[in-house]
Design a protein. Structure first.
Length: 249
């Protein structure tokens, strides 16, 4: 990876890249033989104004990559959409960094939302999986009609509709913050259950001197038992002496 690449939240100053970004999105979709929701330069600029996009650039201003956030169904669902990397910078790992940044931005802006994505790319699936996404059925995604309209530009749209919008060529992946929180809580509980209580200095000293303590306890028990036996033996002698004295009088 080129460590000079700057990956950050896009601002209004980055609108100059909007034409380049949308053109590259279209070209990339054609090359893959799939489609993504077509977005106009104006739409991309809007995302920049809202602080809902991540851009990657070189210090000299060369555009490297881009991705943006879309909220659906009253912000219950969030999609990290339009991931695109300039051809010279592909297979450098920059896509992973952009995805991580846009994921973090999504969690910050919409902490309670489910984050999802539809993709045919194995590389994107791997990145999503590393972030905690899990493969799901389409029924677990947003029901917002505006989102699904975005699939109309895809060459596989007919397949999607013929399947009743329940399946298609893309793999659906979802990050559910509630489920993840439960998983983390269960993991912590399991780890705590496995952990042994910390060994104190006193406990270590006791363990080291356990042989001595054992001998001491045996000696103590022996002395107590011996004393009891002696006392038991003395009692009959005292009784017989008293009887003798009474008899004498």
């Amino acid at each position: 990876m080129n460590h000079n690449i700057i990956v950050r939240v896009a601002t209004a100053d980055d609108k100059k890249y909007s034409e380049t970004i949308t053109t590259e999105m279209e070209e990339s979709a054609k090359a893959r033989g799939t489609g993504i929701a077509k977005r106009s330069p104006l739409y991309i600029e809007q995302k920049m104004d809202e602080g809902k996009a991540i851009i990657a650039v070189l210090p000299d201003g060369t555009w490297v990559g881009f991705c943006y956030i879309e909220a659906w169904q009253h912000e219950k669902y969030v999609a990290n959409s339009g991931l695109i990397v300039s051809p010279p910078f592909r297979k450098t790992g920059i896509a992973t960094e952009i995805k991580h940044k846009v994921f973090a931005l999504s969690r910050k802006k919409y902490p309670d939302a489910k984050i999802f994505g539809l993709t045919t790319g194995l590389a994107v699936m791997k990145i999503n999986s590393d972030l905690g996404y899990e493969p799901v059925t389409y029924s677990e995604l947003t029901t917002d009609e505006e989102f699904w309209k975005g699939c109309q530009s895809c060459v596989n749209y007919e397949i999607l509709m013929s399947k009743g919008r329940k399946n298609c060529m893309c793999t659906a992946m979802l990050y559910d913050p509630v489920e993840k929180a439960k998983e983390e809580a269960e993991k912590k509980a399991a780890l705590l259950a496995q952990q042994k209580p910390p060994v104190t200095i006193e406990a270590k000293e006791f363990a080291a001197n356990s042989k001595i303590y054992e001998r001491f306890m045996r000696l103590k028990q022996f002395m107590l038992l011996k004393g009891r036996k002696k006392k038991d033996n003395e009692e009959p002698n005292k009784k017989s002496s008293l009887l003798s004295l009474l008899f004498f009088w």
